[in-house]
Design a protein around this ligand. Sequence first.
Ligand code: MN
Ligand code: MN
Length: 473
Amino acid sequence: MADKKIKSYVDDRKSAWETMTDAETKKVLDFGAGYIDFLNTALTERLAADIIIAEAKKAGYKDFASVINGKTKFKAGDKYFYNIHEKSVILANTGSEDPSTGLNIVGSHIDAPRLDFKPNPIVEDGGFAYAKTHYYGGIKKYQWTTIPLRLEGVVFTKTGKKVTLSIGGKPEDPKFVITDLLPHLAQEQVTKPASEVVPGEKLNILLGSRPLKDEERNPIKTLVLDYLNKNYGIDEVDFNRAEIEAVPAFNACDIGLDRSMTGGYAQDDRVCAYASLKAMLEIKKKLTKTAICYFSDKEEIGSMGNTGARSAAFRTFVAELCFAYSNKNTDIRTGRALANSCMLSADVTAGFDPLYGDAYDNTNCSFCGRGIALEKYTGARGKSGASDANPEFISKVTGLFDKEKVHWQMNEMGRIDLGGGGTIAQYMADLGINVIDCGVPVLSMHAPFEVTSKADLYWTYRAYGVFLTKMSF
Ligand code: MN
Ligand code: MN
């Protein structure tokens, strides 16, 4: 008979806060401050890509375009950024080994749910000018009314000039809002299912209410158009060649008396993008395997488009990297590079929310404060659409995390058959890459204001750092 008390791994798990040293707790709380700055500036995929490239340049990264000429060969320790249409970025810190022996990759996404301007957005109705929007990603539409909004994006004029629009960010700027019906008159509205309470066609943003004097037709809309023309040099037709995104106009901030959490917009998935960017740019030592940070776009709508993870862009980059290393047999060597690569699909998961506890399986969900959450599979129903990570690979990843004393937890997102979701993992797995999802648990995911634990951000950053520099499989 064993006289040793058998411990339960699952039942005896503790919060990272309980087991961290004082020095670690200080690091965790300090790390959260830089993250808030990132959330307040990286408000769209374009702005995030700009910041990532600017930070990479400061850390000595050079444009990979200078390598794609068939002549340049890289040497170990060279650092590159690869700009994919201004909305997606790949960073590479090259190792001493041939890239066809495999890469260590951390891949996040920098797009987030929001409201996009329609191609012909500006209308006038009942004494107001509005911008009509089309929502992007999975949102609860009613959450986007009665909150301050700002506008961020680009417009191209008739002559092809790019105009950057950013209104609502500075303290002196006006902000924008979508109105909602007062409760006094909402007897019919409040009995509707939540999906119908605010229909998509009512997500119209207030732009103004002052008419242009002596203007017969649509005087309020005309004043708005006049303002845009005078201040930005854009005409109404230019919205046909624009990407304007309405995003929340409030700042990210600490949450809780203990300041243990961060609140802010688009933490899915800028929390993982920030963690991987910090981990990547801090690498000082010469690497054996090439480390890659991939910041993808369009994840929230299925990774489509030529800036999404389903496009050939990532594979093309790996092919160029292989070519720049040896100038031979690129296709077969690219295939080998991908098949030998290890990847963390750096995306958030749902943290357990006791207010909605029955949405989770509480022995298999992730808990805020227990560290980076790994997810063997995502998907819906019978794991449909899942990239089900191989235990051989999980064993190596968790072994590395244990060796490096990273706080981690294994999770499955919610109760069976309640819903589901996907990430870029499945599209990277299609390329032959060994991949598992892992990132920060989030509360109120896809809401205009999401919550994360600073402990989870820190351990996610540490996990990505050891993976980029030490993973081998
Ligand atoms: Mn995500
Ligand atoms: Mn998402």
